[in-house]
Design a protein around this ligand. Structure first.
Ligand code: SUG
Length: 417
């Protein structure tokens, strides 16, 4: 049976605030703050534990080799000699945001009946552009079963940021779904990271039915207000699309297409008069995990910041009390990731598949999470300040911490990937 499995990126030991993402307001505002990698990774594990206790299946993706010495070598330098901006780009723990690892089309949507994953090229920002080789290596291990087809990235310059700009709606997980690719148009103050050509290429590579595949433009106001990915202003699961009124350039045309292709679709649009784009982006209301529990209840897993933003919490409480499609709210603390613009949904790659077809090294239960947690307590740095990026002792600790984790989960073959 097909189930939703969320693969969360374990927050890596080099997690820091380098302000590397223009257009991501949290990341640029928090540039230079002291980060807490150990607390960050433990917050991520607590979220996974909460998902498990809701009865959801949970997987992991592993931190990448940081600093990325191979990438620096290809630029003719080394970590010690690199100019500060390249050093920061090589050291980023940004692979934690697994929603940007790949775009996933579950098997009922694909012509060949397999689940397709296309590794994102993340071509727009330098610190993310070197993630894909290791992401691809991990996806090839985790999804080696015949039930999957793992693709390499679409070539640059067609920017692709993966599942963060892709939504699937279906009557239930096993039914053929409709897929929506959301792209940005360049020309605003901030980069439009998802290009239409990349989305169209992925739809072709995955063998999607053109009649059930839609390409929607992200509204330029949303990008200008700091929605650098669509998943900051919209999320979908099952029959439910949950979106801000200003998420899409032409929402009415999109909603009409969706209703034609999937009559049972339920569209929950939050009006700007109730929650401004600014409050939606600051609270990450839509960067929530919208999940179907084994009981059938649609649940929204939101960050604490959503509870702390009065307009957002009022709207959510009224929706749940008023019998809307979202029946239940769960609140989690992922503050360290949030401070870099990564909410609950950014931290996970959602795959609809049979858990028995996944390499077990990438699946977790509570016991394995406890063991990983103990290892993080022992090895992850407590704090990283901007000036620490030059300290050889920190680099040794970060590399040693990742090696210890790879050994524990049985993935030492990834050490130099
Ligand atoms: O690409 N932040 C990430 C956050 C990604 C969130 N993902 C989703 N919305 N799915 C980004 O902007 C900041 C790192 C730094 O500045 O040090 C960063 O890369």
């Amino acid at each position: 049976m097909l189930r939703e499995i969320n693969f969360d990126g374990i927050i890596g030991p080099s997690h820091n605030f380098a302000g590397l993402s223009p257009g991501n307001l949290a990341a640029t505002r928090n540039q230079g703050l002291v980060s807490r990698p150990r607390a960050a990774a433990l917050q991520g594990l607590a979220k996974m534990r909460a998902n498990l206790s809701l009865g959801l299946a949970q997987g992991i993706l592993l931190p990448h080799a940081r600093p990325n010495r191979r990438w620096l070598r290809s630029l003719g330098t080394s970590y010690q000699l690199a100019p500060p901006h390249l050093r920061a780009q090589a050291f980023s723990a940004s692979a934690m945001w697994a929603a940007n690892a790949a775009t996933v089309s579950p098997s009922p949507d694909a012509a060949d009946g397999r689940c397709h994953l296309t590794t994102a090229n993340l071509a727009t920002l330098p610190h993310r552009s070197h993630e894909w080789p290791e992401t691809l290596a991990q996806l090839r291990l985790a999804f080696a079963h015949d039930a999957f087809r793992v693709h390499g990235p679409v070539p640059p310059p067609f920017g692709d940021e993966g599942a963060a700009n892709h939504m699937r709606l279906a009557a239930h997980h096993d039914a053929p779904g409709i897929e929506v690719f959301v792209f940005g148009v360049a020309g605003g103050a901030f980069p439009a990271r998802q290009h239409r050509d990349a989305s169209e290429a992925i739809a072709r590579l995955h063998g999607l039915d053109p009649a059930r595949t839609f390409f929607a433009q992200q509204s330029p106001e949303a990008i200008a207000a700091g929605a650098f990915h669509n998943d900051v202003v919209a999320v979908a699961n099952g029959r439910v699309l949950f979106a801000h009124e200003q998420a899409f350039a032409d929402p009415n045309a999109l909603y009409a297409d969706l209703r034609d292709a999937l009559p049972e679709v339920e569209i929950v649009e939050v009006p700007a008069s109730r929650v401004s784009l600014e409050d939606a982006i600051a609270s990450y209301l839509f960067n929530a995990q919208l999940v179907t529990l084994p009981t059938g209840e649609t649940t929204l897993i939101v960050p604490q910041e959503a509870r702390e933003t009065p307009s957002v919490w009022r709207w959510l409480e009224e929706h749940v009390a008023g019998n809307g499609p979202i029946r239940r709210l769960e609140v989690i603390d992922v503050r360290e990731s949030m401070s870099n613009g990564g909410g609950p949904a950014c931290l996970r790659l959602r795959v609809v598949a049979d858990p028995a077809t996944i390499d077990p090294r990438f699946m977790v239960d509570a016991e394995k999470l406890n063991a990983i947690g103990a290892l993080i307590e022992r090895h992850w740095p407590e704090a990283i300040a901007a000036e620490d990026l030059q300290a050889p002792a920190l680099i040794d600790q970060v590399e040693g911490a990742r090696a210890a984790l790879l050994e524990m989960v049985g993935c030492v073959e990834l050490i130099n990937s």
